[in-house]
Structures are given as C-alpha cells and as structure tokens.
Design a protein around this ligand. Structure first.
Ligand SMILES: [Zn+2]
Length: 409
C-alpha cells in the first residue's frame, strides 16, 4: 500500500521539490560475445609456438570458410597478422547455418580484436582497448635488503625495479652496493586499470642515497634542439656511462658474493671476480661496447666470453651454458652474449664476472667509467628549467600521493 502511494507521489512531484535525478550514465562500452543464444557453436584456441593465425583457427575446429571470413573482417580492422604471439587466445561463434556470428581475439591485457554484428546485424571487425588512467606518484623508501624487495613490499611491480635500474645502473650495482638504511626515491607515472597497477610511464626522476654509492640522481630530459635525450645528473652529465654495472637482469639474481671459499679446493682465497647467482639460461649481456676477444672453453672458467673495451679494459663472463657471440665480433652495450650456466669449476649455476684493467682484476667501482655525451652548454638553461618543473611537480604530488616512507612515520 505504502509502495503504491510513493509511486503516485513520485509521478507528481510537489512544487519546489529537488529535480528528479537523471538516469546514471551508461557504463563505458565494453564489447562482449553473445551469451546463451540458441544454436550458437563456440570454438576456441590459442596461438602456439610455430603456428600461424589461420593454422590455429583451423586446429580449433573452425571451418575454412569461417576462417576466411574472420581473416577478412580482422583485415578490415587493420589487424596485423604478423603480430600474433604464442599464448594469445581466441573464441569464435558460428550460427546454426555454420556462418560466423561473432569472434574475439585477445592481444594482451588491454587490447583485443572483435567481430560483432552492428545495430543492423552486419558483422564488423574492430579493435578495442580498455581505457586506463595515468597518475604521477612519488615513491620513497628505505632499503631493508634490496631496492627490489622494498619496492615489491610497497605494492609496486618488478617493471619499476627494471626501469629504476636502467637509470641508475651505471653508477651502482643493485646487487652489491645497497646497504640497509640507504634511501631511494622516484617520480614516476603509474598506468592504472581501476585499482590495479598495470605498468609505468616515464620515470621523471630517480634518486638513490647510500653508504657505498653516495648520492646518485637522474632527471629525464628530452631536448629536440640538441638531441639530448635520457637521464642526466643536475650538472648535465649523462647517467649513461661506458659500462653498465650488472651484466645480467638483476631481477633474476638470487645471490651475490665477492670473496669466499673456493668451492672446489675449499681454500679461502681472494676471489678474482664477482659472482651473480642466477638460474641457468638467464641472459648475460656485455656491460659495454667492445670486441669479443675470446669465446669458447677456458679451463676452470668453462664456457667463457671476453670482451675488449677501449682504454685497456677487458671484461670476462664465465661458467656460461651457451655463448651467443664469436671471436672478433663487435658488440654493443647491453647486447646478449650468452647465458648463465655452471660449466667449468662451478658448484651451481652462476655468472662469474671480471673487470680486467691492463690484464689485472679490478673491482668494478675502481674502473674508470666515463659518461656518454653530456648536455651541451646551450641546452643547460632548458635542462635547468626541466629539472625545476620536475621538482615542483614532485613536491606537489608528494604528500598528496602515495609515500610509504611518510606512511611509516
Ligand atoms: Zn667466480
């Protein structure tokens, strides 16, 4: 009775009443395959290593002419068939007459291709990208065991560790240099899908202050006039240097040690190298540009690569499971030269890495590491402006946004 009465009252609003609220805005368009339509047949599958797009469709039981139709519609949607990657999944629906009714192809977490009927019932192929949001965040923290562990503990993704290491990894070794109590900070753009972090934009500034490393800071700068592009110290020096410190992806490293008991002879000795524990098969890259001066088996070192750099500096990478370069070959900085293994005198998979200056083992920190091209003088005022902008943006987002260090205090 009450309900009916309210219903009547609602139809005749009393004078002076607040405006009737509008219908909520429709949710952003999200395509979907038709559900529970009688007579529809569904076939699905995924792209496997070595299979073609069409091959995968046919393998899942899709008829040849339906595959033709799918390919035609995806072609209209500018789908690049050469971009198909293993693991990408698809679903096709056909009607009772065996004709294509709908199709979905997932490219990645955000992108998919669809073939769906339009309002007139005509099949149309199109691409759909899930809308994401971007937010600038300031992240600061103290090292407990490693930057990696601290960032992950704050809820960040491994990609951020990789990006941060790309900026500062010429001045510091993320495995050996961090000490408990060192501080790190950065200003970075997070790419969000709802509440979920799905990636990162540019790191605008990255800083580290540590017992071993001192203070290292890099500001992003992209100057079209002078073609200066990258991260630079406040004095205009390039953070990118002749040698990168870690010869392999730091996220794969399970342990590191410098001086230790020789695993085979048992004698304590000064270990003439740096060992990075990492799974067999982890890629190993050249820390700097140079020429391969040795590639092959070398006694206790097992499969070994040696690279000659400028300034009588040589680097050696030992116990490899595979070698990807040949003697005499020129290599770029960061080029993969082999894979971690346990060949030669090695108790388990690890990379034995050495810097040799004039043939003598030298601690990496003592090796001269000249920076690449600095910011030219005439671009310095622009760089200073850019730094200033980044700093003021940073202070604006600090406090307002996420800062685990502040939250802990
Ligand atoms: Zn070693």
């Amino acid at each position: 009775m009450t309900a009916i009465l309210l219903g009547v009252l609602a139809m005749v609003p009393p004078p002076g009443a607040r405006p009737i609220p509008k219908e909520p805005e429709p949710e952003a368009y999200v395509p979907a395959l038709p559900q529970d339509v009688p007579g529809l047949t569904e076939n699905g599958g995924e792209i496997r290593w070595g299979s073609t797009f069409r091959g995968a469709l046919l393998e899942s039981g899709i008829a040849g002419e339906v595959a033709d139709s799918i390919q035609r519609h995806l072609h209209d949607a500018e789908f690049d068939f050469t971009d198909c990657r293993p693991g990408q999944c698809f679903t096709a629906q056909t009607d009772s007459a065996g004709k294509l009714a709908a199709f979905r192809y997932g490219v990645d977490k955000l992108n998919s291709y669809w073939i769906l009927p339009d309002s007139a019932g005509i099949l149309k192929g199109f691409k759909y990208t899930i809308p994401t949001t971007r937010e600038l965040v300031s992240i600061e923290g103290k090292v407990e065991t490693s930057v990696y562990h601290s960032l992950l503990a704050y809820g960040e993704k491994p990609e951020l560790v990789v990006a941060y290491e790309e900026v500062l990894g010429y001045d510091m070794d993320f495995i050996f240099d961090p000490r408990k109590g060192d501080t790190f900070s950065m200003l970075v753009e997070r790419i969000m899908l709802g509440d979920e972090i799905i990636g990162y934009g540019k790191l605008l500034c990255a800083a580290y202050e540590g017992e071993i490393t001192g203070e290292v800071v890099g500001y992003w700068f992209d100057d079209t006039d002078t073609k200066s592009k990258g991260w630079f110290a406040p004095n205009g020096e390039n953070l990118q240097k002749a040698f990168k410190r870690a010869p392999l992806p730091i996220l794969k490293v399970t342990s590191g040690y410098g001086m230790r008991r020789h695993p085979i002879s048992g004698k304590v000795k000064m270990h003439t190298g740096i060992d990075y524990g990492a799974p067999t098969g982890t890629p190993v890259w050249a820390v700097g540009a140079g020429t391969v001066s040795y590639a092959g088996w070398r006694g206790g070192y097992g499969k070994t690569v040696e690279i000659r750099h400028s300034g009588s500096v040589k680097t050696r990478y030992a116990h490899l499971s595979a070698i990807a370069v040949k003697r005499g070959q020129a290599v770029r900085q960061h080029q993969t030269i082999g894979k971690v293994g346990s060949t030669g005198y090695a108790t388990g998979p690890h990379l034995h890495f050495e810097f040799l200056v004039n043939g003598k083992f030298t601690m990496p920190r003592r090796v001269k590491n000249p920076p690449l091209k600095r910011i030219p003088k005439d671009a310095m005022p622009r760089f200073e402006q850019a730094m200033h902008r980044i700093d003021s943006t940073w202070s604006a987002v600090k406090g307002a946004a996420y800062s685990p260090l502040a939250a802990n205090e």
